[in-house]
Design a protein around this ligand. Structure first.
Ligand code: PLP
Length: 431
């Protein structure tokens, strides 16, 4: 019998010490209601909570664990690193090794700077773009999330190209005003904006496969348009591949769609589950970063030896077993096809969108191309689906606006059970 009794007590206590009881909002289950399970351990495709429930995990720490939880080789690398000291604040051989590996997967990252989170990576890439171009304005797309730095916590008001208003109290209006937001996948809007304001725009930052309004691929020509207008107007094109990196393909979205940005941000998988992220790109541009150049960026724990060990182990394994990408992609494809077929059989309108090993099941009857499309989904159906699954040991992302992920550890049996429960959940929605 499914019970979250201990998690309920733990959540109540956590709420007295931490806002919402969590250290990152989506973990609180605000958008689906109910009590989040408190996790005690994870292994392979599974996570376990403090009530003794076991789940097939399609969240995978929001993406990083492509080789499954507690992968023995990654764990061994971490355990080997720790006795040598957990932080030195000084250069190490490991950092260069990791930089070389990153470049092997992402040749466009000729030089990199390691940081501790995706937020830091996008924030720093933007500072570089602004410093390099001497311009202030940046363009982002509605529904793309790039972490929580001030310039990026901005969404559109009404209108096609709206000068941004802060999405959160505490973001200065002046900062938000320099962020222009446009609808995702709208090439015409991008062209019009650059015709009018191209000379004042430092950068476009984009999730080349959006994952933060659910999984939304770029429509044909969209990324090419971004490349074209930025080149034409001397602006920097930044691909935020923190989520879609190593998920869209071995070389991320830029390899998959063959559009090469000036700067790339990576996080999640690149750190093997430890706090590590990176941004990088053209040597000439990266040379503007301190101490080579004037754009300041720094970090006490950046290039941390334990995080580097985890990252190096992950990247080395992915390099050694390049079939891993195909294997995870094939499992994801099979799961998505199964989900779509089950929904169709029961008669619940869903669209399952996937790129590589990330996917979202949208409760809608038409393709989702942007944030408005995602917002039009049946959120009540999503909630029913989510809780039905959770109570039967399937752990999906707790929001319609999120992507789900698979790992090399998700077995055929995992998928078969997932599809069985999905069908029942669709029947429950149908009523
Ligand atoms: N960029 C993208 C595309 C993300 O999905 C995220 C987080 O989910 C971030 C940036 C921020 O990364 P972090 O949570 O490590 O700060």
């Amino acid at each position: 019998m499914f019970s979250l009794e201990k998690s309920k007590q733990a959540f109540a206590e956590a709420r007295t010490y931490m806002p919402g009881g969590v250290n990152s909002p989506v973990r609180s289950y605000r958008s689906v209601g109910g009590n989040p399970p408190f996790i005690s351990s994870a292994s392979g495709s599974r996570i376990y909570d403090i009530d003794g429930n076991e789940y097939i995990d399609y969240v995978l720490s929001w993406g990083p664990m492509i080789l499954g939880h507690a992968n023995p080789e990654i764990v061994a690398s971490i355990l080997e690193a720790i006795p040598r000291g957990t932080s030195y604040g000084a250069p190490t051989l490991l950092e260069t090794e990791v930089a070389k590996k990153i470049q092997a997967f992402y040749p466009s990252m000729e030089m990199v700077r390691m940081v501790n989170s995706g937020t830091e990576s996008t924030m720093s890439a933007l500072r570089l773009a602004r410093g390099y171009t001497g311009r202030d304005k940046i363009v982002k797309f509605i529904g793309c999330y790039h972490g929580h730095s001030d310039s990026l916590l901005v969404k559109a008001g009404s209108g096609l190209a709206t000068f941004g208003v802060p999405d959160s109290p505490g973001v200065p209006t002046g900062v938000a005003e320099d962020t222009i937001t446009l609808p995702y996948n709208d090439s015409d809007a991008v062209r019009q904006l650059f015709e009018a304001h191209g000379e004042s725009i430092a950068a476009i930052i984009v999730e080349p496969v959006a994952g933060n309004m659910g999984c939304v691929p770029p429509v044909e020509g969209f990324l090419e348009t971004l490349r074209e207008v930025t080149t034409e107007h001397g602006a920097v094109l930044i691909f935020d591949e923190v989520m879609c990196g190593f998920r869209s393909s071995s070389g991320g979205a830029q390899k998959y769609y063959n559009v090469i940005p000036d700067l790339t941000c990576l996080g999640k998988i690149v750190g093997g589950g430890l706090p590590m992220a990176v941004f990088g790109g053209k040597k000439e541009m990266m040379s503007s970063i301190a101490p080579s150049g004037p754009v300041y960026q720094a970090g006490t724990l950046s290039g941390n030896p334990v995080a580097m060990a985890a990252g190096l182990a992950t990247l080395s394994m992915l390099q050694k077993y390049p079939n891993a990408f195909r294997q995870v992609e094939e499992s994801t494809e099979a799961l998505c096809q199964g989900l779509e077929a089950a929904a169709k059989e029961v008669g619940v309108p869903v669209v399952v969108q996937r790129v590589g090993s990330m996917f979202t099941l949208f409760f809608t009857d038409k393709a989702v191309h942007n944030f408005d499309d995602a917002s039009a989904c049946d959120m009540e159906a999503f909630k029913t689906f989510f809780h039905y699954n959770l109570e039967r040991g399937i752990y999906y992302a707790a929001s319609q606006y999120e992507s789900n992920f698979l790992s090399t550890c998700h077995s055929d049996q995992d998928l078969a059970y997932t599809l069985q429960i999905a069908k029942e959940a669709f029947q429950a929605i149908k009523g």
